[in-house]
Ligand binder design. Structure first.
Ligand SMILES: Cc1cc2nc3c(=O)[nH]c(=O)nc-3n(C[C@H](O)[C@H](O)[C@H](O)COP(=O)(O)O)c2cc1C
Ligand SMILES: [Mn+2]
Length: 501
């Protein structure tokens, strides 16, 4: 099911008792963070919050602010219009394994998927709600849309953008979908890269060196051409999720969003740049990045739980803002885990597990525990068949897209639940001889990892916590894990049930 707008999604959350309204004025400077942080740390991720009166320097904003809208398993599934994330993972698996149907039932299933895939393709439309109000900034290309207000006074300063943590270098847009295009192939990319507000019409553009936005930028810089960039805020949350998904370079996030929500994304041309954006967005920030122009960005209280230091990043200059009349500003905060982004990352892992399993059929399950903030720690369970198979999996993962950042990979047997950190640690402690069962490699590091001596590169460690095989040089008998007799369990269940009534 697709949402027609971000507001529709918020209404659905409210109907499902997944939303709290905060009616009193609350400051965008730190106060919203403190409330949201407490909510995100509540069991299961708390509720989504709608701040009806966020204040900017004491003045009530024209726009409400929604936060933590995807910050639980249930809300993440709702954002994608699904009863559960596993349903989408299952569909991915069917598509990957598609072969000629053996029966009518299967044929129907495949046909339905074919239709869903058709829906993945975007539709091009000539207008949309994201243009209900148009604000252009350059006097030279005055609007021909005389029917719509064109107040030049409107700017980024009208948006309830958060100053998240006390030592942040300013306000940051934290949930932006950044649309760019490869100037050589025309391929589109949508990535989520935070934006620091420098002034009313200028922001930072924090695409890290490994990300596709940065690669597109490099192509423009090589050509010495100005790079068109459009940023959307709000709209169907399926698009926002897709912008965070670790897709291979060249795989279009707009297609993924269409596939997830089973409805084409409507794309509309921007007013001042040659790009197309989802027509249902709440806000569209149009503009450009000038090759070679860099500016210090940060500090920012980051998802590592630490402040990321100042670093040079490209600068985004706005040429227009278009928006809905009744726009809602979407935000998140990052910080010491668990935060909202944990649920977004977990959904990605679930949805792409079938892709990993296609490459590595022995993989049973995989989890990125919240404490590892995505890149620091991976738990993976395998059905081990031959010696040193755990190492094949580690190296395989280190070679796949953003999994390259995984600082620690712990491999366990298939009977270990990787979503239960204490179970994984139990296996790690019990099943490893530290020197024998670990390996170190050199690989690119996440740009935010402050621990390595040099930025963007560091060592990664793999630990094989599986049972050791004779073929691996282990000649003693591997002991058996304790397990209660199932018949006893059943009897005890009955005894306890009877004694409770
Ligand atoms: C809330 C949130 C904020 C993020 N901020 C950034 C950021 O500032 N810079 C960045 O490079 N990646 C950031 N990411 C991660 C990217 O969105 C993610 O790696 C994505 O897959 C990149 O897409 P791409 O492969 O198309 O570049 C953020 C993710 C989330 C969920
Ligand atoms: Mn991408």
């Amino acid at each position: 099911m697709a949402y027609g707008s971000f507001s529709q999604f918020i209404a659905a959350l409210e109907k499902s008792d997944e939303l709290k309204r905060i009616r009193l004025p609350v400051a965008t400077e730190l106060e919203i963070t403190e409330i949201a942080d407490r909510e995100m740390k509540a069991p299961g991720g708390g509720k989504a919050l709608l701040f009806e009166k966020p204040t900017i320097d004491g003045r009530v904003s024209d726009f409400p602010l929604a936060i933590n809208t995807m910050g639980s398993q249930r809300r993440m599934a709702m954002a994608l219009g699904l009863p559960s994330i596993d349903e989408l993972a299952h569909e991915m698996q069917l598509i990957l394994k598609a072969k000629p149907p053996t029966g009518l039932r299967e044929a129907w299933t495949l046909l339905r998927q074919g239709i869903d895939l058709l829906h993945a393709r975007p539709r091009h439309v000539s207008d949309g709600p994201c243009k209900e109000v148009v604000h252009r900034f350059s006097a030279s290309d005055k609007s021909d849309r005389s029917d719509r207000s064109d107040e030049a006074a409107f700017s980024l300063e009208n948006l309830p953008v958060l100053k998240c943590w006390p030592k942040d270098g300013g306000r940051f847009i934290t949930l932006p979908n950044v649309h760019t295009r490869d100037p050589e192939t025309g391929e589109r990319n949508v990535g989520m890269y935070r934006m620091q507000i420098y002034d009313a019409q200028t922001t930072g553009m924090h695409w890290q060196v490994h990300k596709v936005g940065a690669r597109h930028g490099k192509r423009y810089y090589e050509r010495g051409e100005r790079m068109p960039v459009a940023v959307t805020l709000g709209g169907d949350p399926a698009m926002t999720f897709a912008a965070t998904a670790p897709l291979p370079d060249g795989l279009d996030e707009v297609l993924l969003a269409g596939f997830i929500r089973k409805k084409s994304v409507d794309l509309v041309k921007c007013e001042t740049v040659d790009l197309e954006v989802p027509a249902d967005a709440d806000f569209v920030l149009e503009g450009y990045v000038q090759p070679g122009e860099m500016r210090p960005e940060g500090p920012f209280g980051d998802h590592t739980g630490f402040y990321t230091a100042l670093d040079d990043y490209p600068v985004f200059h706005l040429t227009a803002i278009t928006r809905r009349k009744e726009a809602v500003y979407p935000a998140t905060i990052v910080g010491i885990p668990p935060m909202e982004d944990f649920y977004m990352g977990s959904a990605s892992v679930r949805i792409f597990l079938p892709v990993f399993r296609m490459n590595f059929p022995e993989i049973v399950d995989m989890a990125l525990p919240a404490e590892g903030v995505f890149h620091n720690m991976v738990f993976v369970s395998i059905r081990k068949q031959y010696p040193w198979q755990a190492y094949k999996i580690m190296h395989g993962l280190w070679g796949m897209g953003q999994m390259m950042f995984s600082k620690y990979i712990i491999v366990v047997d298939d009977d270990c639940d990787v979503h239960n950190t204490s179970e994984v640690l139990f296996r790690l402690c019990a099943n490893t001889d530290p020197q024998r069962d670990s390996t170190f490699v050199k690989n690119p590091s996440d740009a935010l990892d402050h621990a390595p001596t040099f930025p963007n590169m560091g060592s990664h460690m793999g630990m094989d916590a599986t049972r050791k095989l004779a073929g691996e040089g282990y000649t003693r008998q591997w002991p058996e894990l304790l397990k209660m007799d199932p018949a006893v369990k059943e009897r005890v269940d009955a005894i306890l049930a009877a004694s409770c009534t």
